[in-house]
Structure formats: structure tokens, C-alpha cells
Design a protein. Structure first.
Length: 392
């Protein structure tokens, strides 16, 4: 049996083949593919240009306007020391800001901490370079007096403040661009999911078994047959005629699942039972359309082959601390759809779970969790979505 304890966290298998949506490799995505490389390129380029401009300006000011002849090599050495110290300080800021960005996106918090750190680095550079090192490198440029110290501290603080603003601004722009692409991909995956739903619903075996059961009920129990026709109609309407929207409420998703199970009930009769436990506050939560159907279909398909009868299904949804927790469970053993053989389990492509992983990844890149585990005779697929949102 394949590994029964499957754990997935913000991970999806790599896609193969050409992109399924336009503009896949945008500038922002190419840059964010390796943020470490982008950071180091920006660091060396930015501080290199800053150091060059500062060196030329200081050389011109000292030897032309101030009438002080100081050798270019000495000025270059002093500027290299100063820029290297500033460069090193921004590396420490980068480590701090990276952790801060991951924990808080409050502009007030980021601005306050950025300003405090910039002033601190400005004071450190002023004392470390101007007071401690510069008198030894170029004694003629030694400074004294409170007003001069304050001016230098202010100037250096502005440099670090500008660096901090560029850092946070770049991070924000990259995140916004990637989020936009994620929304486009989510919509494309939603359309792809609907195409897969066509395959689910138009599967000849599914329709044949459903219609055959209806035909039998027409003579035995016409009233029940009518109810089944209504359930089948509702299911096909919700899955085939629903507009290609990227998100639906959990209430709508559950309604579709109920119709699906009602149709399957006539096929399996007493061999299939289920229980839904949906907390009222979760009904308006948004999630990708048709996200849960592949999980429920797998539960029915493989549960019927591995579970004692009747097959028991359970679907629950709770909202805890702004996180939506959904569990689709079935009695029986875990069977990996991607590892099964057609002759043993019927047609199996593994598209369902791959689609769930992909859509969670692109819809909630940093705010989801997906696990599939087997324990105590049950297979449990669990999805957690942080801040799922609700319709406006």
C-alpha cells in the first residue's frame, strides 16, 4: 500500500508542457523566482553607484570649491570604507526587515521600525566612520562640534531611510504583481476545473448507472424517481450551467455536493451513508469553485473498494481564529489515485488531487494547508484556509 500518511503544505507538483494562461513568466515572477539573487544584484549595483557618485562629488567639492587638495586615492579609500560599512549595516537591516515583512504588513509598524532602524544606523555610521576612522584616514577632514555631528547623523539617517523605503517598496510591488498573477492563474484553473467537471458528469458509467436506477424506480416508486431526477438536474445545473467563476461560497459548494451524493445514493442505496457538520458561520466563506468535489468523488470511488459496508462519509467545516478548516473523510484505506492501475481501480488519472493542490497554491500561496492521512480505519483530507473572506 502507498504511504498512508501524506502531508502537503503550500506545495504543488510542477506542471509540464506549455503554459495554460497568457503572460505566465512576467517580469515580477522572473525576479521573484530567486529573491536572494535579486537582492544581491540590487545591493551591489545600488551601493556601487552611490559610492561612485559620492566619491566624485566629494573629490570635486574638496579640491575645487573648498580649496583643500587631498589626493584622490585617499578620498577613494575613505569612501570605500564608508560605503562598505553602510553596505554591511543594510545586510543586518535586510535580515530584520525580512522577518518583519513575513510577520506584519502594517504600514505603521513597518514605517516606525524602519525609521528607528535608519536613525540607529545613521548614528552608528557617524560615530564609527566620522569619529573613529576618518581622523586616521584623512586628519584634515576630522569634524567636531554638536551641530556638525547632528548634520552628519541626519544625512546618514536619510540614506538608510531611503534604502529602507526602497526595500519595502520593492517587496510590496513584487508581492502585488505575484498576487495579480495568482488571481489570473486561479481563474484559469477554475475554468480548467469546470472542464474536468464536464468529464466527471458526462462520464458514461456515471450517467448510465444514474439513469438506469431512475428507470427502475419509475415502476417501483415513481415519487422517488421524480426526486432523483430533480437531484440529478440540480447537480448537472450547478456543475455544467454555473458561470465560470473563480470563487463560490461554502454554502453553494455544499449544495452541489449534496446533489452529487443524492444521485450516488440511488446507485449504492444502503451501502452509502454520510454526515455533514457545517458550522453556520462558515456558510458565507469563499473558496475556489469545485474545490471539494474531487475529494468527495475520490472518497466514494476508493472508499467503496476498501471500506466495510456501508461506506461512511463525513464532511465538516469550522471557522477558528479567521481560519477555515474543512475535512472530507471516508471509512476505508488510503489509495493514492496517482499510483493506482487502471485494471484494478478503473480509470484513474490523479487529476483531482493535483487540481486541489494547484488551486490552493495559487489562490492562497502563503495561507493554506492541505493534508491527506489515514488513521483508525478512516481517510481524512483536510484543508485549512487563512482569512477565506466572504462576498461583499
Amino acid at each position: 500500500m502507498p504511504d498512508a500518511d501524506r502531508f502537503e503544505f503550500n506545495r504543488a507538483p510542477p506542471r509540464t508542457g506549455p503554459p495554460s494562461w497568457p503572460g505566465e513568466a512576467t517580469l515580477a515572477e522572473r525576479w521573484t523566482a530567486d529573491r536572494a539573487t535579486l537582492f544581491w544584484k540590487a545591493q551591489f549595483l545600488g551601493w556601487g553607484l552611490y559610492g561612485l557618485g559620492s566619491y566624485l562629488a566629494r573629490l570635486l567639492a574638496l579640491n575645487t570649491y573648498m580649496g583643500m587638495y587631498i589626493g584622490p586615492a585617499r578620498i577613494l579609500l575613505a569612501e570605500m570604507v564608508r560605503v562598505t560599512m553602510a553596505f554591511s549595516m543594510t545586510l543586518l537591516l535586510h535580515l530584520l526587515y525580512r522577518r518583519l515583512w513575513a510577520r506584519s504588513r502594517s504600514y505603521l509598524t513597518l514605517g516606525a521600525i524602519g525609521a528607528i532602524c535608519s536613525v540607529g544606523c545613521g548614528l552608528a555610521l557617524m560615530f564609527g566612520f566620522k569619529v573613529a576612522l576618518l581622523p586616521r584616514l584623512i586628519p584634515d577632514l576630522a569634524v567636531s562640534g554638536p551641530s556638525m555631528y547632528l548634520k552628519l547623523a541626519f544625512d546618514y539617517s536619510m540614506v538608510f531611510l531611503a534604502w529602507s523605503a526602497l526595500y519595502f517598496g520593492t517587496r510590496y510591488w513584487l508581492d502585488v504583481e505575484v498576487h495579480k498573477q495568482g488571481l489570473l492563474r486561479s481563474e484559469a484553473l477554475a475554468r480548467e476545473a469546470q472542464l474536468q467537471m464536464l468529464r466527471y458528469q458526462l462520464n458514461p458509467h456515471f450517467l448510465f448507472n444514474s439513469l438506469n436506477s431512475i428507470r427502475s424506480l419509475i415502476h417501483e416508486n415513481p415519487e422517488s424517481a421524480g426526486e432523483v431526477v430533480e437531484e440529478l438536474s440540480d447537480f448537472l445545473r450547478s456543475s455544467l450551467l454555473r458561470e465560470a467563476v473563480s470563487q463560490v461560497t461554502l454554502r453553494d459548494e455544499i449544495d452541489t455536493l449534496r446533489s452529487y451524493l443524492a444521485v450516488e445514493k440511488i446507485r449504492f442505496e444502503d451501502k452509502l451513508v454520510w454526515r455533514f457538520e457545517i458550522e453556520p458561520e462558515t456558510a458565507s466563506c469563499l473558496l475556489p469553485a469545485f474545490l471539494l468535489h474531487p475529494l468527495l468523488e475520490n472518497a466514494v470511488k476508493y472508499g467503496m473498494k476498501t471500506s466495510p459496508k456501508p461506506l461512511r462519509l463525513s464532511l465538516s467545516a469550522v471557522l477558528r481564529e479567521d481560519t477555515l478548516h474543512i475535512e472530507v473523510a471516508n471509512s476505508g484505506r488510503w489509495v493514492d489515485p496517482e499510483a493506482t492501475k487502471d485494471d484494478e481501480w478503473g480509470q484513474s488519472t490523479g487529476l483531482g488531487l493535483r487540481n486541489v493542490r494547484e488551486r490552493l497554491k495559487f489562490s492562497y500561496p502563503d495561507g493554506h494547508r492541505f493534508t491527506v492521512r489515514e488513521a483508525d480505519g478512516w481517510v481524512r483530507a483536510r484543508i485549512s484556509i487563512g482569512n477565506p473572506g466572504s462576498p461583499p
